[in-house]
Design a binder for this molecule. Structure first.
Ligand code: DX5
Ligand code: ZN
Length: 241
């Protein structure tokens, strides 16, 4: 399968593997969730992105651990839980028990980010931070050694279907050079407004994981759209453009 090809090594990017596409189920048809997830897994999805929102940190209200637990029983794909909630500390163990493999939190919602990240890793899960467009990238420097991944948000947190914020690519590039400089095993995920027209640029800028919600689920054939996006990602990996 194309997406399992190794990413062409560049510079000291020793830790970069093949890029992955992670559908965000926020845009899925929840009455046909099993069918849609199974279809996307067969088409080459390598991770599922689950947006948990609480109506406080963001305006939108989505789902909680019960739904994560149900999805855990549908698929073996790694479940990437993006917490857009206040008081995330209270929920880390609960989401880990529900079947999350990776959990990302927003630094601006937490008093003791380091402790939260350790709490995720103590559960044997991957710990990430999600950076809203207004959060400075350089603030991550000190934290990168305690992290497994960083989500660079390319829309404002809260809703699917927003337009991509163009300055996000430069943010991915900046983060990529910080990670590469110290050869850290930290992956970059880009989240928001990604579609068939810009997914290539996202990979070229340095994203390891690309999240896409509406671009996949609003298509007439989501599996076909996912495959088309994977083709674009592979092109970017092999040509560097
Ligand atoms: C926004 C969420 C995103 C969103 C992406 O707060 O974190 O994951 O679901 O949706 P699209 O791909 O439609 O922008
Ligand atoms: Zn998200």
């Amino acid at each position: 399968m194309p997406q399992t090809e190794p990413r062409r090594p560049s510079g000291n990017d020793a830790f970069r593997g093949a890029t992955r596409l992670a559908p965000s189920i926020l845009s899925a048809d929840f009455s046909r969730l099993r069918e849609q997830i199974v279809g996307l897994e067969r088409a080459g999805a390598k991770q599922l992105h689950l947006d948990v929102m609480d109506g406080h940190y963001v305006e939108n209200l989505t789902f909680g651990p019960l739904v994560v637990d149900a999805i855990r029983r549908i698929t073996r794909l790694p479940l990437d839980v993006h917490l857009q909630i206040e008081n995330a500390d209270r929920w880390i163990d609960v989401f880990c028990d529900a079947g999350a493999d990776m959990i990302a939190v927003h630094p601006e919602t937490l008093h003791h980010l380091d402790r939260t990240l350790h709490g995720i890793r103590d559960n044997g899960k991957k710990a990430g931070v999600a950076l809203a467009p207004s959060t400075p990238i350089r603030a991550m420097q000190e934290l990168l050694r305690n992290l497994d991944y960083v989500i660079v948000m390319s829309v404002h947190p809260g809703f699917a279907g927003q337009d991509f914020i163009p300055g996000s690519l430069a943010r991915v590039e900046r983060l990529r050079s910080m990670i590469s400089r110290d050869a850290l095993p930290v992956e970059i995920e880009i989240d928001g407004g990604i579609n068939i027209g810009n997914v290539r640029e996202a990979v070229t800028a340095g994203a390891d994981v690309v999240v896409a919600g509406s671009a996949i689920f609003d298509a007439d054939d989501p599996a076909e759209r996912l495959r088309a996006m994977l083709e674009e990602m592979l092109e970017a990996e092999t040509t560097g453009t």
